[in-house]
Design a protein around this ligand. Sequence first.
Ligand code: ADP
Ligand code: MG
Length: 399
Amino acid sequence: MSAFKTLDDLGDVTGKVALVRVDLNLPMQDGAVTDETRIRAAAPTILELAEKGAKVLLLAHFGRPKGERWSTQSLSMVVGAVEKVLGKEVMFVPEIAGDIVAQAVGILRAGDIAILENTRFWKGEEKNDPELVKAIAANGDFYVNDAFSAAHRAHATTEGLAHVLPAYAGRSMQAELEALDKALGKPEKPVAAIVGGAKVSSKLDVLKHLVTQVDHLIIGGGMANTFLAAKGVDVGKSLCEHDLAGTATEILETAEKSGCTVHLPYEVVVSKEFAANPPSLRTCNVHEVAADEMILDVGPSAVEALADVLKTCRTLVWNGPLGAFETVPFDAATVALAKTAAALTVEGSLISVAGGGDTVAALNHAGVAGDFSYISTAGGAFLEWMEGKELPGVAALSA
Ligand code: ADP
Ligand code: MG
């Protein structure tokens, strides 16, 4: 990871204007914010800048308005929720550049906070248009990026601004980059990765990258079926991408060459119908799946063997549940291995980093999310990082 500046590197910013990119793409229902997690993630950076006496202008996107103004996607809707989390009044400015923003800056006192309008109302945002970048930058003295979740996009407010203003990583961005660096950048070895979820096709690049990086690759979920089928196992009615058999074989070959041990389930939980506690539920050896059965989870003995693997490791990266965890009892393997990983983390023998929408939900369901070393809520950016890609928003901070 190349070096980037943090808020520790700011000099005296009293009265200076901070343009701060945050993630305010909040889940909403009937015009009300239903989950404040993303606001809480940005709060330390916003409050620190305000305490240091900066005038804080927040930049964020909301939804996919595709370069047009939609009143239903105005960031004015999140002002109340942001005020509540910050415990401070927040001004709303219905523009991101130009005279209206300049006037707002004139009104704001040192330490005041404003939210600018949804950046994606302007076509230049997603195009990273240099004219828009210049116009936004004209009202600011420095730029802070605290939105790791948008860092895989090279947009005006996620990348462009970093090239025209002094640029700093916010606290949330900094924490994410430091955690990710510990997990895959310069990890303590041995390193294990767990990759699960529905489909191989959605995580091909992740798997290809990980086999060259980690000592143990644990594959679970629906995607394990594709690997099993490629090895000649009859997976019955299981979710399986048979057309990816060749790709799966290549990934296994690369793993072998790279000294990465791949762990596929040798015992599985199956049933004839996909329902909670189905009557046909049974646990069997992976070679005994009947033609009318579906593999829906990893079996308990196989999970114990995986727990033993984690006990020999110092670092774990996890993306994707091991089974169809939304339906009982197919959450059992994910919950059991999550508890092991959490206990090892609490003991201090494992650094554990996890990410992905369903993965975070599964770890919350297991009640252990708080015990992991780091949980990324970044989604797409987390996956691209797992693919070994350089994220433009991060690269621009280090330039
Ligand atoms: P994430 O959002 O963490 O990246 P994914 O979206 O890739 O995870 O995968 C999660 C989905 O995979 C869940 O909805 C889960 O039910 C499904 N899944 C896991 N194992 C199986 C399986 N054996 N058969 C069918 N679906 C599965
Ligand atoms: Mg998902």
